[in-house]
Every structure is written in C-alpha cells, then in structure tokens.
Design a protein around this ligand. Structure first.
Ligand SMILES: NC(=O)c1ccc[n+]([C@@H]2O[C@H](COP(=O)([O-])OP(=O)(O)OC[C@H]3O[C@@H](n4cnc5c(N)ncnc54)[C@H](O)[C@@H]3O)[C@@H](O)[C@H]2O)c1
Length: 438
C-alpha cells in the first residue's frame, strides 16, 4: 500500500446536476435516478453504482464497490436543473421522447413535472432542424453567457446546493473547426462581445460553467470546451472538463471488438456501419452539416485502435463507412448493422455481422450519472483541466493537444480504475503477477 493518496473533500451537502438539453437522454437519466431512489429499479449500466474495483493482490480478496471506495455524492443528495429550447417539463419531454413506458413515466410524474427547463442559449444556424420558443435574447453572446452565469448562481442558491456539475446533452451542432477566436481566452471573450459566428451555443454554456467553477462534461460531438481558450480557462479556474460524445451503441461495440481483433493479429479489410434511428437526435443528424460532426467523431475510433501505420499488413487502407439514416418508426430504438470483413492465416477471408437492436438513451443515461459523479469527485480532488481518465465514456475523448486519444475500452477502464486507486493511495494494478509464482 502506498503511503498516501490525494486529499479529497467530502461529498457533503447537495450536488446539483445541470443538464443542457432536456431531451431523450436527459429525461431518461432523470427518470432513472428518481426510479432508483424510490427503490423501483437498479442502476444497471452505471459503473459508479454497480462496479467494483480490485485492490492489492489477487490473494487479498479486496474488491469493494467503487462507490464505497471513493467518496461519491449519494443519489439521495442529487438535484436536477436543465435548459431547453422547449418549455416542456421533464414529464412532457419524457413522454415526447418515448423512450420509457408511459406507465413508468406516470409513476414518476410528480418528480418529473417539477423539473422545468430554463430558457436556452440557442441559434438556429447551429442546429438546423428544430425551432423552440424557450430561448434567451441578449445584445451579444457575452450577455447570453452572463445570463447563464446568473442562472447557475440562482439555481445553486434556490436548491441549496453545495456543488454543481454541468452535462451537455443538447442537440448536436453543425461541424466547426478551431479558428483564431478559439485560441486564447482574450480572443474568445472579444468574440463573445462581437457575436463571432465561430462561437457556438455549446461553447457559451461551457464558458458559463467554467467561469462559475462548475465542471463541464460534453456528451455531444461538438467542440464545446475542446478549444485552447476553454481548456486554459478550466485549468486557471481549477475546474475539470471532459468530452466528447457519449460512447453508446455502435461505437461501444466497435471499441469492444476492434481491440480483440488486433489482440489476435487478425486483419481488417473493411468495416461498414449503418443505423436507422427515429428520435429527435436522428432528425437533427439528418442534416448533412450536423451529421458531419457526428461522422468525424465516429470515424476516428478504428484508426486509433488498429494503428495501420504500425501494422500495415493487417490494417493499411481498410475501408470504414458510417451512416445514420433518420427513420421515424424506430423512435429511440435504434438498429445498427455492422458488416466487418476480416482476414486470417494465409489471408483467408471471414466476415462478422452485428445487428444491434439497441436503445440509445437507455445506454446513454447511466453515462450521464457516472460522469456527473466522477466530475464532482475530480473537482473535490483538485483535479483540473482535461480529465482523460474519463475517456471510457466517450467516442472522441478529449486529450492534451499533443496526445492521440485512447479508444480501446479495456485500456480506458484500466486507466479509470488506476486513477481511482491513485486517488486513494492504493497500488496501481499492472497485471504482471510474477510474485504469485516466486
Ligand atoms: N443517446 C445516445 O446514445 C447518444 C450517444 C452519444 C451522443 N449523444 C448526443 O447527446 C445529445 C442528446 O441526445 P438526445 O437523444 O437526448 O437528443 P434529443 O434531441 O432528444 O434532446 C436534445 C435536446 O436538446 C435541446 N436543445 C437543442 N439545442 C439546445 C440548446 N442550445 N440549449 C438547450 N437545449 C437545446 C433540444 O430541444 C432537445 O430537447 C445529442 O447531441 C446526441 O448526439 C447521444
């Protein structure tokens, strides 16, 4: 056992979870937490609630639950706030999203009805397919940021919160690349005053969170806090940030299977992925400019896991295609097909087919919970800036600029757990294990 871990402030008092976007993912998350608190469900899919962590040697039999090992906020101490461009309460929004059974939403009606979204910062140009009425106005983007900062302070005061975290689960914005206005805080703040078109609403939420010293996790693929101006602000203000794009559905499967193929030195000729999806997210992604943001996020995964430059005989020039088709009858129950062309000994070809009948928001909701609780932990442990140890949750993990992201889900999980061991002063686990045979 190492002498000392990191000083972590206790998780006393209430934790406010501020959700940007009160759509399918957010309402499924809130309803789930309410159901779990009432003893009506188990927190399935949540590592913070159900996962364990091995400590010390395999002979020691120390394997506590993660929530008993590190001081996480208790679910009973969590309160919710949200912004959305529609003024529907979480009850109406959950009914519209159609993820959960109507009877289940009815059982939670009182709690869900009490969550009403604050007016959003929104600009049609960034999300083409939807229009709402619950939107802030201001003379420039800085004024909108100030209104969000005031919302955050009022929420904290009204709900009597000790701490806050913000999770971005609003619609995917159009594809943006970094430009000069994103490089420094001075340029960014000037851009807010000048209404610079390269500052998207998600960046204004991130800015407001960081100015308020509230950790920010980005569940969508937009740049948001992944720009030098905001990563620097996060470090300067001692605030943790992470992103981007919740790793659910098809990309989750990809980052489970690709490391296995590579581990066995099996080659890949091509990986074709297509989805049909009928929820509002699917509708937004039906616009080519919004889809491009998602496509970039989904495409990077295989290249990084398979390393074609290191294994040209196995992975050079494999074909990788990703499609999402908006198909309303499916609602949130996405169907994802993967056709994977691989080759083995002497180059003989084989195929793998996956037909994943998944539920997008059911897979995403526990990630919102884990991210909120781990980001709160990170802040109490004085961790600031990019939290790469939370890559486990993302399709396009945010990293330091000089690093490529780690996509292999098993390495991501090991990194996450070793970070928790490090925080608590436990030995890191290397899996060497020679000592058992001495
Ligand atoms: N469900 C998944 O498995 C999954 C996985 C990865 C990423 N995501 C991302 O998470 C986000 C949410 O997904 P969803 O299925 O809940 O979508 P959704 O369309 O049901 O919900 C998004 C909500 O955000 C609101 N919104 C849009 N712009 C806003 C703004 N500027 N401010 C406040 N609210 C705004 C919309 O009105 C809508 O209610 C999307 O960006 C999606 O791409 C989802």
């Amino acid at each position: 056992m190492v002498e000392k871990g990191v000083d972590i402030a206790p998780a006393n008092g209430k934790l406010g979870i501020l959700l940007v976007g009160l759509g399918a993912v957010s309402t499924t998350f809130v309803a789930g937490v309410e159901a779990i608190r009432k003893g009506m469900a188990n927190p399935i899919g949540s590592l913070t609630q159900m996962g364990t962590i091995r400590l010390g040697k395999r002979t020691e039999n120390r394997c506590p639950k993660i929530k008993d090992f590190v001081p996480l906020a208790d679910l009973d101490d969590v309160v919710f706030g949200a912004w959305d461009i529609f003024s529907d309460s979480a009850y109406d929004a959950a009914r519209n999203a159609g993820v959960l059974e109507k009877s289940q939403v009815e059982d939670l009606r009182e709690q869900l009805e009490s969550l009403k979204p604050m007016a959003a910062v929104f600009e049609q140009n960034y999300v083409k397919r939807i229009t709402g009425e619950n939107v802030k106005t201001g003379k420039n983007k800085m004024e909108l940021a100030e209104q969000l900062i005031a919302d955050i302070a009022n929420f904290k005061e009204e709900k009597g919160c000790d701490r806050l975290v913000m999770v971005f689960a609003a619609s995917t914005e159009i594809f943006l690349e970094q430009s000069a206005v994103h490089q420094t805080l001075e340029a960014f703040e000037k851009g807010l005053y000048d209404d610079d078109a390269a500052i998207a609403p998600s960046m204004i939420y991130a800015y407001a969170a960081l100015k308020s010293k509230v950790p920010f996790a980005n569940g969508a693929p937009n740049l948001s806090c992944d720009i030098p101006a905001l990563t620097k602000l996060a470090v300067d203000n001692g605030v943790p940030i992470c992103g981007k794009d919740f790793k659910t559905g098809q990309t989750l499967m990809k980052t489970i299977i690709a490391p296995g193929l590579k581990a066995r030195m099996l080659g890949l000729e091509g990986w074709y992925s297509t989805n049909i999806l009928g929820n509002r997210d699917g509708e937004v992604l039906d616009d080519p400019e919004n889809f491009k943001t998602k496509e970039e996020s989904k495409l990077s995964v295989l290249e990084h896991i398979l390393q074609p430059e290191v294994y040209p005989e196995l992975y050079k020039d494999f074909a990788h295609v990703v499609r999402i088709n908006y198909y309303p009858p499916r609602g949130d129950n996405k169907e994802g097909w993967d056709s994977i062309d691989i080759f083995g000994w002497l180059g003989y070809k084989m195929q793998i087919k996956i037909d994943f009948l998944c539920r997008d928001s059911i897979l995403a909701a526990p990630l919102v919970l884990d991210l909120a609780l781990f980001m709160d932990l990170a802040q109490r442990a004085q961790m600031k800036g990019v939290q790469e140890w939370l890559s486990f949750y993302f399709k396009a993990p945010q990293t330091a600029p000089e690093l490529y992201p780690e996509h292999d889900i098993f390495i991501q999980l090991m990194k996450l757990k070793n970070t928790l061991r490090h925080l608590q002063g436990e030995d890191l686990i290397t899996h060497l294990g020679l000592e058992y045979y001495d």
